[in-house]
Ligand binder design. Structure first.
Ligand code: AMP
Length: 214
């Protein structure tokens, strides 16, 4: 299956897409994770994109598309993919059509008050990148990753100023692709306005929406 998960920052893209990956047996690909990994390793890609991530602005399309093209050539993508955070612009969506067009696009619809609440209570492991949310996905030990015991920190782009810029980028550049996929007839919508919905419950609902039996 080729699945794209789209939604505003804080809508749960990473939470759901990463949990759907072992169920649907296709790799979970987060362009945000790829960029963050390159920044922390100090690669030339990392140096190019750091300023965009830190400020909350989108990375230019040509850089992002190259990254995705390279990732899709890896053997684990032969049966499909789950994208979290790609495409984020019409240009990216059009490019994806040329390489490996999605079968279905899942749009996570969440009201803005809930996005802001979620983002401000989110922490990430400095070491392995696992995401926690102090509202509904708490670590066992405060401030420490359950998986690797790394330190849990706030993302640099989760300051109030950067959050505002990210929401604005989403409204301006990403929202139009919802219409694009709707017109193609492949858009499915998962609406959630609950603050404390457990990820497993959300995954169950999404599988129903996608018509997938576990
Ligand atoms: P995310 O982890 O998906 O919230 O992405 C974090 C940041 O990475 C975004 O705010 C952008 O700066 C950058 N980014 C991730 N995916 C893309 C994309 N498809 N296009 C442009 N920039 C991206």
């Amino acid at each position: 299956m080729r699945l794209v998960v789209i939604g505003p920052p804080g809508s749960g893209k990473g939470t759901y897409a990463s949990r759907l990956s072992p169920i649907l047996k296709v790799p979970y690909i987060s362009t945000g994770d790829i960029f963050r990994e390159n920044i922390s390793k100090g690669t030339s890609l990392g140096k190019k994109v750091e300023k965009f991530l830190n400020s909350g602005l989108l990375v230019p399309d040509d850089i992002t598309i190259e990254v995705v093209k390279k990732r899709l050539k890896e053997p684990d993508c032969k049966n499909g993919y789950i994208f979290d955070g790609f495409p984020r612009t019409l240009k990216q969506a059009e490019e994806l059509e040329k390489i490996a067009s999605p079968d279905v696009v899942l749009y996570l619809s969440v009201p803005e008050w809930l996005l802001i609440k979620r983002i401000s209570s989110r922490v990430i492991c400095k070491n392995c990148g696992k995401i926690y949310n102090l509202l509904n996905v708490k670590p066992k030990k405060e401030g420490i990753c359950d998986v690797c015991e790394g330190e849990l920190i706030q993302r640099k782009d989760e300051t109030p100023e950067a959050i505002k810029i990210r929401l604005n980028e989403y409204e301006k550049k990403t929202k139009p692709i919802i219409e694009y996929y709707n017109n193609k007839g492949i858009l499915k919508i998962f609406s959630n306005d609950k603050l404390d919905l457990k990820p497993e419950e959300g995954v169950k609902k999404i599988l129903e929406i996608l018509g997938v039996r576990k």
